[in-house]
Design a binder for this molecule. Sequence first.
Ligand code: LMR
Length: 413
Amino acid sequence: MGSFTLATVPVATEDPLYRLMREYREDSHEKKIDLGIGAYRDEDGKPWVLPVVKRAEDLLRENPQSNHEYLPIRGLDTFLSAAQRLMLGIESKAICDNRVCSFQTVSGTGAVHLGATFISRFHSGNVQPTVFISDPTWPNHHQIFTQTGFVVEKYPYYSATSKGLNVEDMLQCLRTAPRGSTVILQGCAHNPTGIDPSQEEWKRITEVVREREHFPFFDCAYQGFASGDLEQDAWACRYFIEQGFECCIAQSFAKNLGLYGERVGAFHFICAPGSDASELAERIGSQLAIMQRAEISNPPAYGAQIASAVLNDNELFSQWQSELKIMSGRLTGIRQEIKSQLEVRGTPGNWGFLSTQVGMFSYTGLSRRQILELKEKWHIYMTENGRISVAGLNPGNLQYFIDAVDDVLRALP
Ligand code: LMR
């Protein structure tokens, strides 16, 4: 008899997003549409390898110095310093003061996990740490923070009535949250709602976070996808840092460089300004190094080398900026198109929110029954919360999608 039995290992539920992907793959209907996972697709519904990434790969292949050696525990230096500048800005005072500690991670997920592990081990006080995540949020936030020993609470974010941000309730919740809670904030292109606070709203959030001494933890998986502009999309994180906050950032290059499966990301811990800030950053780095070594030893090299080549070369960098505009521009165009077609059709509902939401996703407000019907009758796959990955739509399938939504909303109001 083994140590592990059916009695001791219960069946866990399959991850809903990956289950959806499997169901889509297994569906043989010729008109099926995948609006599930947040991955960019081109006009023909195909994954898009960015031309700038192909150029960087060519450069790597042609470089006689290229090899498959291990990276340092922290990751590739040239990648990390460029990733810092991209997120914090080239004139960042925090970088100049040497109070930023950065690690290359297994994409944004690995960065969130590394940060969660660090906070849960070193937060002050004897009580279990508490984290506040938006309602709704990327479901993996809940999972990562639960597994790293946090009490996970939600703050209101989405208003079903206005289909916009519920900022008053959000602020009120953060005001009454236990002092010193970790607060997960998505830097831009909020997943799953596509709704970001305005700059004025961010300023109000900053005030409450300061008042309650909360610890801001930014998840930035979509820099460049909200506005098409890398600088503009980093505004919220940079604002917090300029205000002197201690905070951390999980950064991902999955979406903006289309390096999904290469798992390229970074974790940045930014210490508050002060005479011992740079020593503290170094200490935090020493602890993160132990955690990283125990977890993955050192991060994967290939994707980071590609990102480093793009980020550190002026010509490649400006090519990347244009390609980001192509992606975000196509998504904006599709949103407009869905909105105007549903309006022309007179499909029940108010579709104005489609053009105000930004980024990869649209939060449709469709009900569970409607979502199920779209899957069963029309073979259209979206997550159970009504999120669609807009990139899954293109001129070839948009009409079919509109027909389906119109039919389902009339049949199941
Ligand atoms: C998504 O939300 O679709 C993406 O962030 C993919 C993922 O890993 O969940």
